[in-house]
Design a binder for this molecule. Structure first.
Ligand code: SF4
Length: 319
C-alpha cells in the first residue's frame, strides 16, 4: 500500500507553571492511502496532542515541537506557517475536532458554515460554495434542504454529519477524527461509523481515528497505535492487537471492554495515568504493570519490531 504520511520522532512539550509537560514524546508511525490508524489510550496519554501537532494548531505555551511529519515525501514540519496554511491545512489534512458539533455557530445556517472553508480557502464564489455545500451535505447522508437550517434544528447525529461535511469540503486525503462519536447515543454512533466507512471506501480517504474506545476503533481501524504516557507502546494491525495484544497495557485495555456474550469479569487498570511533568523513570507503565521487573524502573524499553509491521515497547519481548 502507498504510504502517504510518516511521522518520525515527533515531540510536543508544553510549558506550564508546574514544569514542562511531555505530551507527545518521540512517537513514530506511518499511514497508508485508504487506511485507518486508530490511536487509542486513556485520557491525557497524548492522543489529541498528536493530532494538534500534525495539524500545527499549536497553543502559545509550546516548549518543544520537533521531529518529522512527512506527507507524500515532503517534510511539512519544515514549511513556514503561511505555506502550511495555504497548501496543507484542510486541503491535504483536515480534522473533526472532539465535540465540534457543539461549536457550530448557532446563528448561521449550516449550509453557509459548510460553504465557509470553500469561500475562504478555495476562494470560491458564495453561490458556487453554497451549491457545493449542499452536495457535501448529501454526501454525508443529509438532505440538501438541511443547508437552510440552523444548528439547533438538527439532532446530534445530524450536526456531527455537518461537521464531517465541513472536514471534507476541500477534498483532503487524510482526515483526523478526534473522538468523533463520543457525545452520541449508540445507534447514532453506529450510523456515523457506517458513514465514515462508506466515505473511506468511496473516496480512498485515510483516517487517523483518536479514541479511548478500543471496541469502537475495531469498527474502522486497519492499524492500531496504543499510546501511554505520551509514547506509543504498541503498534500493529487491528487483528494482531485484538487477538494477541502483547503490551501489558494493551492487554489491560482489552480486558476492560465489556462483552455481551461471556460473563467474564471486567478488569480495571490500577492507579492513574502518569503525570507527564515528571513521568516515572524507565517504562512509564511500570507503577501499574503486573509484570514489572527491576530493569523496567531503570531503563526505557526500546520500541522494537517483534513481527512484520508490529512494534512493542516492553522488556518482556527482549531489549
Ligand atoms: Fe511492564 Fe516492564 Fe513491560 Fe513496562 S517494560 S510494560 S513495566 S513488563
Amino acid at each position: 500500500m502507498e504510504e502517504i504520511l510518516k511521522i518520525r520522532d515527533l515531540k510536543l512539550y508544553y510549558r506550564t507553571l508546574r514544569g514542562t509537560v511531555r505530551a507527545v514524546d518521540s512517537i513514530s508511525f506511518h499511514l497508508c492511502k485508504g487506511e485507518t490508524l486508530a490511536i487509542v489510550g486513556e485520557s491525557g496519554c497524548g492522543k489529541t496532542s498528536t493530532a494538534i501537532a500534525i495539524m500545527r494548531l499549536l497553543p502559545r505555551n509550546i516548549d518543544v515541537y520537533e521531529g518529522e511529519i512527512i506527507l507524500n515525501g515532503v517534510n511539512i514540519m519544515q514549511m513556514d506557517d503561511e505555506r502550511f496554511r495555504k497548501e496543507i491545512s484542510w486541503r491535504k489534512i483536515s480534522m473533526v475536532f472532539q465535540g465540534a458539533m457543539n461549536s457550530l455557530n448557532p446563528v448561521i445556517k449550516v449550509g453557509f458554515q459548510v460553504a465557509e472553508p470553500l469561500i475562504i480557502h478555495a476562494k470560491m464564489d458564495k453561490n458556487k460554495a453554497l451549491s457545493k455545500a449542499r452536495e457535501l451535505l448529501e454526501l454525508v447522508g443529509l438532505p440538501a434542504f438541511i443547508a437552510d437550517r440552523y444548528p439547533h434544528e438538527l439532532s446530534g447525529g445530524m450536526k456531527q454529519r455537518v461537521v464531517i461535511a465541513m472536514a471534507l469540503a476541500l477534498n483532503p486525503s487524510i482526515v483526523i477524527l478526534d473522538e468523533p462519536t463520543s457525545a452520541l447515543d449508540v445507534i447514532t454512533q453506529a450510523n456515523i461509523m457506517n458513514l465514515l466507512k462508506k466515505l473511506k471506501k468511496e473516496s480512498s480517504l485515510s483516517y487517523i481515528l483518536i479514541t479511548h474506545d478500543l471496541a469502537l476503533s475495531s469498527e474502522l481501524a486497519d492499524k492500531i497505535a496504543v499510546m501511554y504516557g505520551g509514547k506509543i507502546v504498541e503498534y500493529g494491525t487491528s487483528e494482531q492487537i485484538y487477538l494477541d495484544a502483547k503490551h501489558p497495557y494493551s492487554q489491560k485495555l482489552l480486558a476492560s471492554i465489556p462483552t455481551l456474550r461471556t460473563d467474564k469479569k471486567l478488569e480495571f487498570i490500577p492507579g492513574a495515568p502518569p503525570d507527564l511533568v515528571s513521568p516515572p523513570s524507565g517504562c512509564r507503565f511500570h507503577p501499574r504493570c503486573p509484570y514489572t521487573m527491576p530493569i523496567c524502573k531503570e531503563k526505557e524499553p526500546p520500541f522494537q519490531n517483534v513481527e512484520e509491521d508490529r512494534y512493542v515497547a516492553c522488556f518482556l519481548y527482549g531489549g
